[in-house]
Every structure is written in C-alpha cells, then in structure tokens.
Design a protein around this ligand. Structure first.
Ligand code: GRG
Length: 301
C-alpha cells in the first residue's frame, strides 16, 4: 500500500467507530466523577464533547490492537489521557494570550463559551486529569509509569510546550526550514509519536516493534502538521471549524510560507511514504495504520 492508494469506506467507518469509542470512554470517565462539579465540570464536558477527530487516541488503540490483537482497558485509558492533554493544549492555544481564536471544532472556543479564567482552569484540569487517570486506572504500575513518562515528555518543555514557545517567538515570516521543523516536530509530531508509543506500551510490545511504531508516529505527526499548514491556506473556516487563513495573516512560519505549496505537498507525501515503510515488518495487520497515514495526508479538515 502506498500514498497513491485511495482510502476505502471501511477505513473511514473504522475511524468513526474508534472516535465514538473514545467519546464514550471520555464521557464515562467524566460523568463518573461526582467530585468534579459546577462550571468546571460543565466547561470540561463542553470542551471534550466539542467533536474532535480523535486521531491521536485512535492511534493509541490501533497500535495496541496491532501488537496485542485487541484493545485492552489500559489502551482505553491511555487513549483518553492523550485526548485530554491534546484538548487542554487547544483550549490554551485559543486563549487571547496565544492564538486568540473564537472558534474551535466548529463551536465557540472555551473562553468564548465561558470566560478566560474558566478556560485557563479547564485546560489545567484536563492536563492534570490525564495524569491522574494514568496513575489510578492503569492495572500495572510499570506500565503506568512508562505511559506517564512518555506523555509528560511529549507534552512538556522538551515537546509540545517547547514547540509552542518557539512558534510564538519565531520572527514573522523569517523562519528557516530548520526552525520550522523544530517547531512542528515539537508542537505536533511528538504527540503523535507518543500516541503510538502508548499503544505499544499497553500491548507490551517488544523493543523493535516499539521503535518502529514510534518512527511511524513521528513521521505521520509531522505530515499531519504539513497538511494542517496547507489546509490553512486552501480550506474555508466553515469547513475547518476554526478560523482559516490565520497563519498567513499572522505571518506565521508554515511549510507553504517557507518552502512553497508544491514542495509542501511533496514533503507531506514523502513523510507518509516513510511512515508506511516503517510498518513493513507488520504485514497486512498494519493496514489501518497505513490507511491512517494516507488519510492524514489527504485530509480536507
Ligand atoms: C498551549 C501548551 C500549548 C500548546 C499548544 C496544539 C497546539 C500547541 C496548538 C494548537 C494549534 C496548532 C495548529 C497545533 C498543531 C497541532 C494541530 C493541528 C492541532 C489540531 O489537531 P486536530 O486537527 O484537532 O487533531 P481536533 O479538533 O480534531 O482534535
């Protein structure tokens, strides 16, 4: 299978099924928390229910399924944890001090639906809840510690926060390709690598399998961000569910701005091809992951 292949309806149905599964797990985890109350619970629920694509959590589940043959409860918890951290990052990214956005996932951003202080606290709550569920719900302490370590590293100051900081500090329109790769690898790709790593850890993968899945995750993560930069130029706000054309307007360092649209598309394809190549030893069992690499490259939102 290569990036020239077309995604079939069966894959799309499986992705929707995984998204629904993650939505149900998240709802169960939050609804069951009678110790979380009031506006904070409302804002957490609003934000988690706003309808994200659940790509990172599907990746956790598929990587576990690939190695173990099925999704286990640890993978369900890991998938929810990474979705919570991802959602926190979007809530904080949308704040006036950061990207200052009014819409996310087709709905008013958390600080617009509630207020700025509530949005800050909702992000904080989602971030800490993710680590709480990993510490409390994973059935094996060694697995829990590994998951916590991977997620903290990917989301933290040598990962997503480093990428966000570099993005905010990048000189308008003056970024080199190296700077761009640093920003996107840290801000986006490491979380995809982490999703693959978490799925592999929950399935107790061997080192060789773990390394290959991590390589695959990093490649599709960077490819996902290249596609995101392209969509910001090409798609409408209504279609994306967030403000389109913002990157160019803000003079942001993006792939189309730094290497041009044609090169950006070629680079996205190269990353998807390399991701698919990393899956070679898994054979047909990894077809969902291959399809995911293609779907992320060809996505329209
Ligand atoms: C505030 C610590 C902090 C970090 C923010 C995630 C992020 C870092 C910023 C969001 C803006 C952005 C363009 C991030 C790149 C990653 C990305 C494309 C996020 C959106 O992910 P999707 O498309 O979102 O998977 P859904 O809504 O489908 O979950």
């Amino acid at each position: 299978m290569s990036v020239n292949d077309v995604i079939n309806d069966d894959f799309n149905a499986q992705l929707s099924e995984k998204a629904q599964f993650v939505n149900d797990t998240l709802s169960g985890l939050i609804a069951g928390r009678t110790d979380i109350a009031g506006v904070l619970k409302e804002a957490i629920t609003y934000t988690l229910n706003a309808g994200g694509k659940r790509v990172r959590s599907a990746l956790v589940l598929w990587c576990c399924e690939l190695i173990k043959g099925k999704v286990n409860r640890n993978a369900e918890i890991a998938a929810s944890a990474i979705e919570m951290v991802h959602t926190y990052s979007l809530v904080h990214d949308d704040l006036p001090a950061m990207d200052d956005d009014d819409f996310r996932r087709g709905q008013p951003t958390c600080h617009k639906a509630f207020d700025e202080a509530t949005a800050i606290l909702t992000g904080d709550a989602l971030l800490t809840l993710a680590f709480e569920i990993l510490a409390k719900e994973i059935d094996n302490p060694t697995v829990a510690v590994r998951l916590i370590g991977e997620l903290a590293q990917a989301a933290g100051s040598a990962g997503m926060i480093a990428g966000q900081m570099a993005d905010l500090k990048a000189e308008k329109g003056l970024g080199s390709r190296e700077v761009l790769e640093y920003i996107h690898t840290n801000k986006t790709a490491k979380m995809f690598r982490c999703a693959a790593a978490m799925g592999a850890i929950c399935a107790e993968a061997e080192k060789g399998e773990f390394d290959r899945l991590c390589e695959y995750g990093l490649k599709i993560g960077l490819g996902f961000q290249v596609a995101d930069d392209i969509l910001d130029v090409c798609a409408s706000s209504e279609h994306l569910g967030k403000t389109a054309g913002k990157d160019a307007k803000a003079g942001k360092v993006t792939y189309p701005a730094v290497i041009g649209m044609k090169e950006s598309k070629l680079f996205g394809k190269k990353l998807a091809d390399e991701a698919i190549a990393a899956l070679e030893p898994f054979g047909r069992r990894a077809d969902n992951l291959r399809n995911l690499a293609i779907a992320l490259l060809k996505r329209t939102k």
